[in-house]
Unconditional design. Structure first.
Length: 212
């Protein structure tokens, strides 16, 4: 009897916390995730030098990442702290490339290009994370789609690629970090496909030949 009573009490607490609390609030989602040690993610002197320009964003809601639907009605909203999801995606790409040994840096609007072997620009078509509270769990869904354009300075050749990503997860007790981890994981998976489908020849980026 005590076990059943304990389960009932915790179920009521869960329903109150996950179904009612926080409706209408803005939930901050860090993209990229703040790292404890930035040294491992700093540009590498020997790596391919990459200038990453500001990304375009064609999404209707440019600041908002998505919605958390509460069990008993009402919604909360996922947003990046600085309000620009496309800028967050660009920062995530720079961090990812540096973690893989490249020498990437962000180019600010109106800033002259530093010495670089490659200039990357991007167009964000989709970037979202949503959560839906259910009885006993919360389902998380995320999706991303962006077009990457890389220009080689050595010969002015261009590499274009569309990066798609999607994923889902289910948690019993929802925390904002759950959404943050999922969307960053999907972004990094997309960026990893950029490396898998290209190769570096000297200081030039090339598409890998697809197997017939």
């Amino acid at each position: 009897m005590k076990i059943r009573l304990t389960v009932l009490v915790w179920s009521i607490i869960w329903l109150v916390v996950n179904g009612c609390a926080g409706k209408g609030e803005v939930i901050a989602v860090d993209i990229p995730i703040k790292q404890v040690s930035a040294g491992a993610l700093s540009p590498r002197a020997a790596g391919l030098r990459v200038a990453v320009e500001p990304f375009d964003d064609s999404r209707p809601q440019k600041a908002r990442l998505g919605v958390r639907s509460h069990l008993w009605g009402g919604e909360s909203y996922f947003e990046v702290p600085d309000g620009s999801s496309s800028e967050a995606a660009r920062q995530a790409l720079v961090q990812f490339l540096n973690s893989k040994g490249w020498n990437a840096h962000m180019v600010r609007p109106g800033q002259s290009l530093q010495a670089a072997d490659l200039t990357i620009s991007g167009h964000v078509l989709a970037l979202s994370v949503d959560a839906k509270s259910l009885v006993g769990s919360t389902k998380l869904m995320t999706a991303s789609k962006m077009v990457i354009r890389a220009v080689n300075h050595a010969d002015d050749s261009v590499v274009r690629m569309t990066l798609n990503g999607a994923g889902s997860d289910s948690v019993f007790w929802f925390e904002p970090e759950d959404a943050q981890l999922l969307v960053n994981e999907i972004l990094n998976d997309s960026f990893n496909r950029l490396l898998q489908n290209t190769r570096v020849e000297g200081k030039v980026l090339r598409l890998r030949e697809q197997a017939g």
